[in-house]
Design a protein around this ligand. Structure first.
Ligand code: ZN
Length: 395
């Protein structure tokens, strides 16, 4: 009995110890199994994260690209200029710009202000005050690297609708883009967008007026007049199809070296609309460059007037123009974030030399002493200072 009792007692001790062991082992097992789940889940989530990261990298590859845009002022062809370009069979303006061809070709994209309509000889050439120029003007500038011409200005309607149609037909034929004057509503509705190095620029153009010549009824497409409501709409549409918006403005007072209040107000309104670049024309002399800040904190580059590039006008700064060049940088950070920067504006002054109204020749201003300008070097310094005076204080 005692034995059996002892045996029973021994059995119950073993049972007790075993249940204690089991009790001890259960939390240990739970601990290890939990840890192994944790370890697994960490490994899994790490792999998953890594995988996603690689996928994201493929979809949103960030990159930076850049290009240069050049702009020149008025191509204003008086009879003394086209007479000088006459050859046996037609006209040749190429020698007149041969000395600055390098400056124009240097940029990825170049825009010019075609002040006189290139309606061609068939409708009769004419000079001030109602201009019509030979087709060969467009040939020469295309050959020198000009990609697009702005044709909204106070002379667009000088020779009426037929000159605009003739000019734009010819520009289309040679593959020169134009903006600001159009053949039809359909032509006008196509925003001119040019691409270089993965950057697209939309070019818009407007003029303050047309020298009192009324725009033909129902044919508003022939020339873009400055109308802020229309311009706002155009800018909005341009922003949807291009990275950069450049607006050419025909404005200001003739022969004034500084912009008037109207130019400054309009420029600020354009900056407020998010325009990137404003290129001014009409004063026939150079007006300075500046940076404006739009209402959303955006930076807008403006050159108030690029002066005359090739014309028969002389003296009092009317024979000094130049080539503006800006860099445009596009930084694509993600699918939803692209940054556009216009930077490093440079202005290379040019001079139109002639000898007794013959041998018209556009040359870099610093070389103009070789072409009859005695004080070329001091003029170069003066013009460089004039154009940069407002930039210097802001950079
Ligand atoms: Zn003008």
């Amino acid at each position: 009995m005692r034995r059996s009792r002892r045996k029973r007692k021994k059995t119950s001790i073993i049972k007790y110890l075993m249940s204690l062991l089991i009790l001890l082992l259960i939390p240990l097992g739970v601990y290890f199994s939990l840890n192994s789940v944790k370890a697994n889940s960490v490994t899994k989530s790490y792999i998953a994260h890594n995988h996603d990261y690689k996928k994201m990298e493929q979809e949103f590859k960030s990159f930076t690209t850049s290009m240069t845009l050049a702009a020149i002022g008025d191509i204003l062809i008086h009879s003394i200029v086209y007479d000088d370009a006459k050859t046996g069979s037609g006209y040749d303006f190429k020698p007149m710009i041969a000395n600055v061809k390098g400056l124009l070709e240097n940029a990825d994209l170049t825009i010019a202000n075609q002040e006189t309509i290139v309606g061609g000889t068939e409708i009769g050439l004419s000079t001030y005050p109602s201009f019509n120029s030979p087709f060969e003007v467009a040939d020469a500038f295309k050959d020198a690297g000009v990609d697009i011409v702005s044709i909204a200005n106070n002379h667009t309607l000088d020779r009426g609708e037929k000159a605009i149609i003739s000019a734009t037909n010819y520009l289309n034929k040679i593959g020169m883009e134009y903006t600001g004057g159009y053949q039809s509503p359909e032509d006008k509705s196509k925003i001119r967008v040019l691409n270089r190095n993965g950057i697209s620029i939309a070019f818009l153009s407007y003029t303050y007026g047309t020298n009192g010549i009324p725009v033909p009824n129902g044919k508003d497409y022939l020339v873009n007049l400055i109308d802020m409501e229309l311009i706002k709409k155009d800018i909005k549409a341009a922003k949807e199809v291009a990275d950069v918006v450049s607006v050419s403005m025909h404005w200001g007072n003739e022969y004034q070296l500084y912009p008037n209040d109207y130019q400054k107000q309009l420029a600020q309104q354009l900056a407020d609309q998010g325009v990137d670049i404003i290129i001014g024309h009409h004063p026939h002399v150079l007006q300075p460059m500046d940076w404006l800040t739009g209402k959303n904190g955006n930076q807008t580059f403006v050159v108030y007037s690029l002066g005359n590039f090739l014309s028969g006008q002389m003296w009092d700064y009317k024979d000094i123009g130049g080539v503006l060049q800006v860099e445009i940088v596009k930084e694509v950070k993600s699918k939803d974030e692209t940054i556009i920067r216009v930077q490093n504006p440079q202005f290379a002054p040019t001079f139109v030399s002639n000898s007794h109204y013959k041998s018209f020749n556009v040359v870099p201003l610093q070389d103009a002493n070789n072409f009859g300008l005695s004080n070329a070097s001091s003029k170069y310094d003066e013009i460089t200072q004039h154009m940069n005076q407002w930039l210097d204080s802001k950079q």
